[in-house]
Structure formats: C-alpha cells, structure tokens
Write a protein that binds this ligand. Structure first.
Ligand SMILES: [Zn+2]
Length: 448
C-alpha cells in the first residue's frame, strides 16, 4: 500500500505567490473606481483600462504607498530605485497585450514572515501590478459564449512571492493567515479570498530526502481563492508527484488548474519561461527614485502589526497566548475587546472575564457596542444587586485601611480618591459601578 503522506524518500519544496487587490478609491493607472465587486459589467472603464491606443497610464500614489507599506511590514528592503515593466502575453482579458508589472526593480525585496516554531519563510519580493479583466463563460440562448467584463481591468494588485521554504500545506495555511492579518492591519486591502481580493498560486515539487538542490521542475497551481483549497491542492499535488516519482517517471514543469468540484488539479499548459514575456521597462512611466526619508516616513506611519499586538495583549491583559491569537486574528475584534476592557474596568471586570465572553458567546461585533456588552455581563452576574449597607461597609473598610490616601485627599490631592475607588472595586469584584463607588467615597470623606 502506498503511503498517503509524502514519503520518507521525498521531501516537499513549496513556494507561494499571492496576489492582493488594494482597496484604493481609483484604479492603478486611471481614475475609474476600483470598487467593481457586484457592479454592472463594463461600467467602470475608460480608454486607459480598456487599453485603447494612445491612452497614457498615470500611477496611483496611494496604491504604491500601500505596496511599500506591505513590503515594510514584511521586513523587506525597499529599493531606492524602482520601475514598472511591461509583461507581454496574449489573453482576451488583457486588451493592451501586456500587463504593467514590475520585473527587475520591484518596490520591495528580501523580507520574511516567522511562523510558529520559529519557522522562517523568506519573502523574495513584493511588487505592484494591475489586475486583468474578467472572462465570464456562460450560456446565451442555446449558445455557449465567453463574455468579458473590464471593471476589474487595472485594479491595483500587489504580488507577494516567497522563496520555496514551505515543507507542508499546514505551513502554507499558517503563512496565508498571517499574511492576511498583516495586510488587513495596514488597512490597505480587505483581502477577502472569496471575493477574489486575495488569490493564491502555490508552486510545488519534490526532491529526494537529504537533497539540498532545488528540483529540476516545479508545478504551479493557478488562481486558487480559498485557504482550504490551497491546502487541498498542495496535498493533491504531493501525492500525484510522489506516485509519479515512485514509478520512476519525472513530473513535468507545468501550470495546472484547481478543479473546485472534483478537488483535483488538471494540466493546463507548460510553464512560460520569464523570457517568453519579453519584459522591458514601461516607457510611459518614469522610474521611481525614493529618498530614504520618504521610506522612513512610511515606516514610522505603520500601525501596530499583529505580532506586536499579540505581545502587548499578553503583557498588559495577562491572557493566554492561545486566546490572544483568537482575539487578535481580526483588527476589528481586537479593537472591540480593548474598548470593552476599558469600559469593564469601571465595573471591576478583569480582561480575562471579558475575553472569555467575547470569544465564547459568539458576540456579533458589527451590531454590539462594547458598553452594552459590559452591561450585559454585569446584569447576567446580577452585578449591581449588592445591597447598599454592604456597599457602605466595604467602602468604609477601605477608607479605614488606607489612612495615607485619606490624608492625601484631605490635603487637596483629589486624585487620591481614585486609589480608594480602585481598592474598593477589587473587593466588590464588579458588583457596583466605579462611578457610584466614587460618589460614595467622596461623600464620606467630605462629611468626616
Ligand atoms: Zn479606467
């Protein structure tokens, strides 16, 4: 019986290319709206993105900034000299006959993402290009036709290419999730794979265990649009290739497509070599010469990145790494949690309690306001139902136990009252609001 997992004889060598559409207002080289999803076909077009003769491209500064920010967030070197190139090929969704992309001088090179277990994935390059139009194959009356929608043509696209550092599909999935998190944290793209805003092309080959040279072939699987399909496509390819190798056959260098229904890959065409594209510098767009301080300004402007956020959550909220992972997976959820913690403090609720509720109760953060959530938690624990006599006695005990703070307050340091409120809240464990407790303490101090 053949082993289903890659055998001890062969080791997977996997690299990733990821395309991400940036959420800019306009397209990469024209002023058409880039918000094409779900719009009427061919309503977001102009001579530039239709590739009409004589139309000249004007680069979108916001998109280039987004591309460089992604490069910086991935720890890349930002080149001080960069340029666009023409990548030639013929396809009906590419009316110019070439795509404006970057070849020799991309905006960013040589970064990395570190996965769990300190597994480092090297980023080869991060470059900017334009998206193509979209072919729709459908029936028209009794005929099968192919239609073209150019709304997507010219939408800003960032391509992120890794070195072939992955050893299995699990690492690829972790990388993709991390990459998506980083990109979303930068607010430059929504990166939803199911809307085609993030697309994946793994390249997969096998080499003999212990071999250090790269295999003589690689198989690229095109345009996959879900994390789990990437995993399946890789596992399928590893099995297919290892059974070929075990029969003594050499897998061929080729591009394959992913069949979503049958969960298999299918041969499409043999892979083009780079020279087939006849790359040359885009003559209509001058090269970019960046000043180091322009790049530094972008670096300083980067928001808190997911790894930094995780470390801070563990440090300041004392919640377990596993929970922090879940809370910081999406920036909006992390922001919601932090807001709830702030409100919760007034009720003496600790972050851990709030984290548990946020994660286990499946709170809809689109419709819930953090303050309401806290009120619900307080109500559900019948917090606030403390009787006034018990509250008074706790407050008085705290005042009696902290003569120094009382003295400070009487000498005019009004802030000292917050120390007494904090001490009372800890004893009350959330059964009264900080506002109410503060009122009681001030009244008591002012009366004695
Ligand atoms: Zn246009």
């Amino acid at each position: 019986m053949r082993n289903d997992t890659p055998t001890a004889t062969y080791q997977p060598v996997i690299g990733m290319e990821v395309h991400v559409e940036l959420s800019t207002a306009s397209k990469m080289f024209c002023r058409c709206s880039s918000d094409y999803f779900g719009q009427q076909p061919n309503t977001h077009t102009c001579p530039v993105c239709l590739g009409l003769p004589g139309a000249l491209p004007v680069p979108n500064a916001k998109a280039i900034e987004g591309c460089i920010m992604i490069g910086l967030a991935l720890d890349c070197e930002i080149a001080l000299f960069s340029q666009f190139d023409r990548k030639h090929y013929f396809y009906p969704d590419l009316p110019k006959g070439y795509q404006i992309s970057q070849y020799q001088h991309p905006f960013a090179q040589g970064g990395s993402i570190v996965l769990s277990g300190d597994k480092k994935i090297r980023i080869r390059r991060v470059h900017m290009e334009e998206d193509t139009g979209k072919l729709l194959h459908q029936g028209l009356g009794s005929r099968a036709v192919s239609l073209i929608d150019f709304n997507r043509s010219g939408v800003p696209l960032v391509e992120i290419v890794t070195e072939p550092d992955f050893e299995n599909a699990g690492q690829v999935k972790e990388y993709l999730q991390k990459l998506q998190q980083i990109i979303r944290s930068l607010n430059v793209a929504t990166a939803n794979p199911d809307k085609g805003e993030m697309r994946f092309e793994p390249n997969i080959s096998l080499r003999r265990a212990g071999e250090t040279n790269l295999p003589h072939y690689k198989v690229e699987v095109k345009n996959i649009n879900s994390f789990s399909f990437v995993e399946r496509a890789i596992d399928y390819e590893l099995k297919r290739q290892s059974s070929l190798l075990e029969r003594g056959e050499a897998p061929v260098q080729e591009t394959r497509g992913w069949d979503e229904k049958r969960h298999i890959t299918l041969g499409q065409r043999s892979k083009e070599e780079a020279m087939d594209y006849r790359y040359f510098p885009e003559p209509d767009i001058p090269p970019f010469r960046w000043q180091p301080d322009e790049i530094e300004a972008l670096r300083r402007g980067l928001p808190e990145l997911p790894d930094e956020k995780k470390a801070r959550f563990i440090r300041s909220y004392h919640i377990a790494a596993y929970d922090v992972d879940r809370l910081t997976r999406e920036r909006r959820l992390a922001d919601f949690f932090e807001e709830a913690v702030k409100v919760g403090q007034e009720y003496g609720l600790d972050p851990k309690t709030i984290a548990n509720v946020v994660m286990n109760k499946k709170i809809d953060i689109d419709t819930t306001v953090p303050a309401e959530l806290i009120k619900d938690i307080v109500a559900s624990r019948s917090i606030g139902a403390i009787d006034e006599a018990e509250l008074q006695s706790i407050v008085q005990a705290v005042i009696a136990g902290n003569p120094k703070a009382v003295e400070d307050y009487k000498r005019g340091k009004t802030n000292a009252v917050m120390f007494l409120v904090g001490a009372s809240m800890r004893m009350l464990r959330g059964r009264a609001s900080a506002e109410h407790v503060k009122g009681l303490i001030v009244a008591y101090l002012d009366a004695t």
